[in-house]
Design a protein around this ligand. Structure first.
Ligand SMILES: Cc1cc2nc3c(=O)[nH]c(=O)nc-3n(C[C@H](O)[C@H](O)[C@H](O)COP(=O)(O)OP(=O)(O)OC[C@H]3O[C@@H](n4cnc5c(N)ncnc54)[C@H](O)[C@@H]3O)c2cc1C
Length: 289
């Protein structure tokens, strides 16, 4: 299958990309790794007349540390994120999620900005971004704004990104030492997408009780979400197996679980309970290590 005709533009800077976006308006789409957009174009679900490639903008490919946060350029590939020594050392959860994406070809082409903007309900990064309380920078002509991950994912493949905006950076506070984390998923056997994925970040107090718990789930509903009922059931409680299992049983509470040819809603809900439990247990083990 071939996509319809389009004109390719390689943006050389953020300003250049924003100028091109302004020039072509609704006829243009930004191009990251193309691993979601190009298949959609082949299916004629998207038919942009202009593609603006942002993957050669040096600023968007960089990963660094500034103002106490780890900043990841939107065009950093999944492989770059997974193997960045800075991300591995200070944002291990994000590195773990990136390493779990698809296969080596997908990780070498796909970008964090493209993945977050595409907001596939089965994508891995959204759960990690929510658990890490990431901040997402969106640039537009003449300025920028920062959106918290909690406010970024609006619905199925729908985000806070507005026409004329370019996702430029994802930033997160480093995970403090003594904090446990884990990202675990049940991968689709063909694509690797998360049938369900769970991200957990925990700290324990000196009595072995949960001091901090953040849990986020992807793949279950139309968008990734923070599992508030699970977090509430763990707060201040002993980090033992019975408590974690009882809390994880709430993983699908209030969620309209997706059903498709790959899995029924009930199966996905059960996967969520299992993978949330496993992710919390793995995070607790790391917090104790
Ligand atoms: C076989 C296969 C297996 C996969 N398995 C997984 C998996 O296991 N887990 C997973 O999470 N994902 C998986 N993916 C999806 C993959 O991670 C994609 O790379 C990702 O969803 C989109 O990133 P991209 O850079 O390719 O974006 P593109 O496809 O280029 O773009 C996606 C959307 O984002 C927009 N966009 C791109 N960059 C920006 C930007 N900087 N600012 C604003 N908008 C932008 C585009 O206009 C488009 O609407 C898989 C894909 C394939 C083909």
């Amino acid at each position: 299958m071939f996509p319809g005709q389009f004109e390719y533009h390689r943006a050389t800077s953020i300003k250049d990309a924003l100028d091109l976006l302004k020039q072509f308006g609704d006829d243009a789409k930004l191009l990251g790794g193309g691993h979601s957009l190009i298949p959609m174009m082949k299916l004629r679900l998207a038919q942009p007349a202009h593609l603006i490639d942002v993957t050669k903008i040096a600023e968007l490919c960089a990963i660094g540390e500034s103002n106490g946060k780890i900043a990841i350029g939107a065009a950093a590939t999944h492989d770059t994120v997974a193997n960045s020594s800075l991300v591995r050392a200070k944002l291990g959860l994000l590195a773990e999620a990136a390493a779990a994406i698809g296969d080596v070809q997908v990780r070498n082409r796909g970008t964090i900005g493209g993945s977050l903007t595409h907001a596939d309900p089965a994508a891995d990064y959204p759960a990690a971004a929510l658990a890490l309380e990431a901040e997402i920078r969106l640039d537009h002509e003449g300025g920028s704004r920062t959106v918290k991950a909690a406010d970024f994912f609006l619905d199925l493949m729908t985000t806070a990104v507005q026409p004329g905006e370019l996702l430029t950076q994802v930033s997160c506070a480093p995970i403090p030492s003594g904090t446990g984390y884990a990202y675990l998923k049940h991968p689709h056997p063909a694509s690797g997408f998360a049938m369900v994925g769970a991200a957990a970040i925990v700290t324990l107090d000196r009595n072995g009780k949960f001091a901090t718990v953040r849990v986020a789930v992807t793949g279950l509903g139309p968008k990734a979400f923070r599992a508030n009922a699970v977090e509430a059931a763990l707060a201040g409680k002993a980090a033992d197996a019975a408590t974690i299992t009882a809390a994880a049983a709430k993983s699908a509470d209030g969620i309209d679980a997706l059903a498709d040819i790959h899995a029924s809603a009930d199966y996905r809900a059960e996967l969520a309970r299992v993978y949330v439990r496993r992710a919390i247990q793995a995070a607790v083990a790391r917090a104790k290590a």
